[in-house]
Ligand binder design. Sequence first.
Ligand code: NAD
Length: 292
Amino acid sequence: MVMTEQLLGFIGLGNMGGPMAANLSAAGNALICYDATGSAERAPNGAVHATDVAEVAQKAAIVFLCLPDGPIANTVSGELMSAPGRIVEVVVDNTTSGASEARATHEMLSEAGIAYADAPVSGGASGARAGTLAMMVAAPADLFSRLEPLLRPMAKNARHVGTEPGQGMAMKLLNNFLSGMAMAATSEAMAFGARQGLDMATIIDTVSVSSGTNTAITDKFPNRILSESFDSGFATRLMTKDLRLYVDSCKELDAPCLLSETLLDQVWGQMLAEKPASDFTEIYPFTLMRDK
Ligand code: NAD
């Protein structure tokens, strides 16, 4: 029988949260899991399945969230906070929620005496399965020290990026701007190469050891696009959401956003409108289609 006071909570068991929870469980932690579209089929073997968010709040002191977006993470945090008989004292938000959304959730939870760490991740579904994610954690130093042993099985590359709420999200958003730009720019470069009669595998092999290299060249093109599997597990809707959060944050702070705003309006926003259910690696066929 699992001691409920030792349970860790995990809410949101999708492409990222499912394998992250599995790694947390495989490291010897007892979990109570909840997902709105079915906990039993998504939770790791041996985990307790909660019937709702309140049950997680009643049985776990530390709760991880890996939800689609900031508004949902904020709503679920509110449900955790107001659950009768709750024992939750720390919420770790692995959602890419956005910086101002993270600050709002932190403020709401702190009024109820619940600590909050924003801890978004990078590395895709394959990194989540392998436990090699980067995790960008903003939390007071003592909270980070308490959490670190729990983060390691999920994120070999966990980093304490700051102590102010929202700084982890800010790091994640700037990373995803760079990642989204690399995918769009590399797709354009590949379309140009194809027009010049260059072979994709040869371009990958050559640019990967040249100054134009980036994660699209070293990972997405060889592993997901050349094979035409288009299965990174990162949806175009999530890429577009992250870029919109980045551009909105830039505007709030009067930071330069010429390239990011163009990328959002002219590339990812249009791809989402035309291919709403796509994986973000489908940017290459989308670029070729627009090229015609
Ligand atoms: P996903 O859509 O696959 O999973 C989200 C899960 O949350 C789903 O299983 C859904 O049923 C569940 N959910 C939704 N609302 C809920 C609620 N109210 N209560 C409980 N469960 C609820 O998304 P994902 O790809 O796993 O991404 C999760 C987060 O991680 C997003 O913020 C995303 O931007 C970020 N992220 C994704 C990737 C990636 O490659 N997929 C990489 C880095 C970061």
